[in-house]
Design a protein around this ligand. Structure first.
Ligand code: BTN
Length: 244
């Protein structure tokens, strides 16, 4: 991972470029990094604020030979790789909010957007988009984000090297990905659970059409969130926003 890196100064979205490269048969492990995105995208059609030189905005192409329903496992794997890179480099202790928000002291420092190219039931490529707030000051964030978003600089009190972080992410991602291909999701699941904050707590899961309140029990072997609502009914949540 990271042997084939496309570096851009300014793009609409690295996801968009990654989709095009994947379509053109770019090899597994190809990465697109940009200094700035003018139309960065988040989950659920939201915008992703990606100002110049302060963050890590990148998309990684993977081509695992796994069935479609197992794709969310790679998002969880990526979250573990990122948390470990932040820990190693800064000593900060980030936590993961299912499925893929990385928080420090309750504020979001990194988001992951996983998108698939599939034909019938076969995955052609998985595009993993990573947006990490690294050296922004509080004032660099739009006012509406200041209470919910943070950066490594804000949390650590000093600038953090983006290139060291990127190297750390590539290294961890490659290690975990090889482990995953060899031994499956179980070892990754254990690591992920060690960083997860939502498990065992009362949460509300909101999708575009409804919301469920209950206790988060854990994740399935496919990475799906298991919740038990106040009537004791079990729900499997595939995609949602979680409120703690
Ligand atoms: C989220 O909503 O939490 C996911 C945010 C993902 C943002 C990254 S930045 C690099 C890549 N390109 C995009 O347009 N989005 C992802």
């Amino acid at each position: 991972i990271g042997k084939n890196v496309h570096y851009e100064e300014s793009v609409e979205s690295t996801q968009k470029i990654a989709h095009r490269l994947a379509y053109d048969n770019a090899p597994e492990g190809t990465v697109i990094i940009a200094e700035e995105q003018v139309a960065g995208r988040g989950r659920m059609d939201r915008k992703w604020h990606s100002p110049k030189y302060t963050g890590i905005w990148m998309s990684i192409i993977l081509r695992p030979n796994i069935p479609l329903p197992k794709a969310p496992q790679l998002t969880l794997l990526t979250a573990v790789a990122i948390v470990q890179a932040i820990e190693d480099l800064t000593g900060l202790l980030p936590e993961i909010k299912w499925p893929n928000d990385i928080l420090i002291r309750g504020k979001k420092v990194t988001g992951i957007l996983t998108e698939l190219e599939a034909e019938a039931d076969r995955i052609n490529s998985i595009i993993i988009g990573i947006g990490m707030n690294v050296n922004q000051t509080r004032e660099d964030f739009p006012v509406e984000l200041q209470e919910i978003a943070t950066s490594l600089f804000i949390e650590k009190g000093e600038k953090v090297s983006r290139s060291d972080l990127i190297k750390g992410i590539f290294r961890n991602l490659e290690k975990l990905y090889l482990l995953y291909l060899e031994e499956g999701f179980l070892p990754i699941k254990f690591l992920w659970e060690g960083y997860a904050i939502s498990i065992g707590r009362k949460i509300t899961a909101r999708t575009l059409s409804n919301s469920i309140t209950g206790t988060a029990k854990g994740i399935t072997d496919d990475g799906v969130l298991i919740m038990v609502d106040d009537h004791g009914k079990t729900h499997h949540v595939y995609s949602a926003d979680i409120e703690l």
